[in-house]
Design a protein around this ligand. Structure first.
Ligand code: ADP
Ligand code: MG
Length: 224
């Protein structure tokens, strides 16, 4: 599903070049559940942005679902991202003025799916995540755990190739965080491929496999 070869990325800060990712090689099979574990500032979000086709590496090759996305022009990359990646963020990033249904349906409408089909698919995800009683609620009328479940429903609609979660429990108390992680386990058992980024070893433990990132270099568990 994912094959990365020698991915490097730096940022220009004033006159200095800050090397953030160095020669990252990383593969993920369909159906996997991988945690990328690393301390703050190690390059996790930068790597997530590249995996999620929100940013491009300076050098290296990235194949997603057989497509050489490192050589895609920006517009094509954005369209590909909308189809292939479901994002889940620490702060949910729901649209405050939209209801649960409006938030979940939005990616489908943006992709040009008919309203009738979009409602059907959104309802299916909303029911799967136990939010059927909350359809008309706005995010501010939901608990943190419920908001994250809405964000997960939104990430799942349209059946993306990869679910990509950056610190998905970072804003939740520990018991709610645990529920979200158990939900990830269930979604992975249902066949979803999940990549989760975290600084917390207890969170990473829910994944089938853990890789570590330290100072922009990636290590499998054996090496770290
Ligand atoms: P993490 O998510 O592991 O905390 P990040 O990928 O966000 O790490 O950041 C890695 C390093 O790159 C940090 O030193 C950060 O300050 C720097 N960095 C991140 N984004 C930018 C940017 N847009 N411009 C310059 N430096 C950045
Ligand atoms: Mg980060």
């Amino acid at each position: 599903m994912i094959d990365m070869k020698n991915i490097s990325k730096s940022y220009q800060v004033g006159t200095e070049k800050l090397q953030v990712l160095s020669d990252i090689c990383f593969s993920v099979e369909k159906g996997d559940f991988v945690a990328i574990l690393g301390p703050s500032g190690s390059g996790k979000s930068t790597l997530m942005n590249i995996i999620g086709c929100m940013d491009k590496p300076d050098s290296g090759e990235y194949y997603l679902d057989g497509h050489a996305v490192h050589s895609y022009p920006d517009k094509k990359l954005a369209a590909f991202r909308n189809r292939e990646i479901g994002f889940i963020f620490q702060r949910y990033q729901l649209i405050p003025k939209y209801s649960v249904l409006q938030n979940v349906i939005m990616p489908l409408l943006l992709r040009g799916v008919s309203r009738r089909e979009a409602v059907r698919q959104s309802m299916e995800q909303i029911e799967l995540l136990g939010l059927a009683e909350r359809l008309a609620h706005k995010p501010s009328e939901l608990s943190g755990g419920q908001q994250q479940r809405v964000a997960i429903a939104r990430a799942l609609v349209g059946d993306p190739a990869i679910l990509l979660a950056d610190e998905p429990t970072g804003a939740l108390d520990s018991s709610t965080g645990k529920e979200v992680l158990q939900l990830f386990t269930k979604l992975n058992e249902m066949g979803n491929t999940i990549i989760m980024i975290t600084h917390d070893l207890n969170v990473a433990a829910y994944a089938k496999r853990v890789v570590r990132i330290v100072d922009g270099r990636l290590y499998t568990n054996q090496e770290a």
